[in-house]
Write a protein that binds this ligand. Structure first.
Ligand SMILES: Nc1ncnc2c1ncn2[C@@H]1O[C@H](COP(=O)(O)OP(=O)(O)O)[C@@H](O)[C@H]1O
Ligand SMILES: [Mg+2]
Length: 311
């Protein structure tokens, strides 16, 4: 459950309603790391009565032309047949699935637009693109081209991008996610960390500055004595210059460093595989002499979750 995001949820609800009435919309949600961008995309996905297409920008693929478009459109590429031949050839070529052509960028944009429109003629369509700041430029151009040309089709496109990173909105509406207010922050902390002595709780709230990820992660850094209030959490000097997100990221690093080498190798593989298929991961791990059992310490440290056939 999301705390303190009523206004943002209302904006998303509105988009989801509009798309059912064939009023297309697009939005770029911006905010710092851990502020709740992905959580709001999950909210949109959970509440949409629409066909969903999702992709996440991956930093290591930011320079691979059309990598993000490929991951967004992969489930529906069989429908490219419905496009004019030139467009389908350009799109499939760009995605490495057709002839040798790397694709004319205008034709790829047009093909992307028309593929989304074709899909939406059967069912309203919602495209969610997380961490768009890491999308390769070619994919970003094609999706922006399409998003700007929707007029009366039931298609909604929602991007998220991290503050301070380059992802121009090109005239699309933008929504900046601010930090949670005090009430929402206190609720989130209470919900997830249970009872804490008031002084400790107040210090955590001050440190986290309304950043949800910090509210979830800072309490994990408390020692048992700090948790009971027997010892002040001096590890968080108040007014520290370091941004709270940097400290949270540093805490993740510490948790990773504390793992055995094989578990770290497993995490690295899991991070490199954007599909999270256990079968693929097991094969890659085997090639490195890493067993699936090596995931256990990382799972125990809440860094990864292995469930069913996915990671
Ligand atoms: N408003 C909120 N209420 C409760 N939990 C939240 C809220 N916003 C984010 N979270 C949780 O905080 C963590 C960080 O949020 P996330 O969406 O991953 O941030 P971002 O994508 O902006 O980096 C996640 O575990 C998420 O579920
Ligand atoms: Mg995110």
């Amino acid at each position: 459950m999301l705390h303190g995001r009523r206004a943002e949820q209302a904006v998303i609800d509105r988009m989801l309603r509009d798309v059912l009435d064939s009023r297309p919309s697009a939005l770029v949600m911006r905010g710092e790391a851990g502020i709740g961008k992905s959580a709001l995309l999950d909210y949109a996905a959970a509440n949409a009565q629409a066909h969903l297409l999702r992709a996440t920008g991956v930093e290591s693929e930011a320079t691979l032309p059309f990598a993000a478009l490929h991951s967004l459109l992969r489930p529906v590429l069989d429908r490219a047949e419905a496009l004019p031949a030139q467009q389908s050839a350009a799109l499939l070529g760009a995605l490495g699935m057709g002839g040798a052509s790397r694709g004319d960028r205008f034709l790829v944009g047009l093909a992307t637009l028309n593929l989304l429109v074709e899909l939406s003629s059967h069912q309203p369509l919602l495209c969610l693109i997380d961490d768009a700041q890491w999308m390769d430029g070619e994919s970003a151009d094609a999706l922006m081209f399409a998003a700007r040309r929707l007029h009366a089709e039931p298609v909604a496109v929602l991007f998220t991008a991290r503050t301070g990173q380059d992802f121009p909105a090109n005239g699309l509406p933008e929504l900046w996610l601010s930090r949670l207010d005090d009430t929402a922050a206190a609720r989130l902390l209470a919900e997830r960390s249970g009872a804490l002595p008031p002084a400790v709780r107040d210090q955590l709230l001050a440190e986290a500055q309304g950043n949800p990820l910090a509210l979830l992660e800072l309490p994990r850094m408390l020692t048992a004595e700090q948790r009971t209030g027997a010892l002040a959490p001096h590890s968080f000097p108040s007014g520290a210059a370091e941004p709270v997100t940097d400290r949270v990221l540093a805490a993740f690093r510490d948790r990773i460093t504390a793992l055995p080498g094989a578990s770290r190798a497993f995490l690295l593989l899991a991070a490199l595989d954007d599909r999270g298929s256990l079968e693929v991961l097991a094969r890659a791990a085997g090639a490195l002499g890493v067993a699936l059992a090596d995931a256990a310490p990382a799972e125990h440290a809440d860094l990864v979750r292995v469930a069913g056939d996915g990671v």
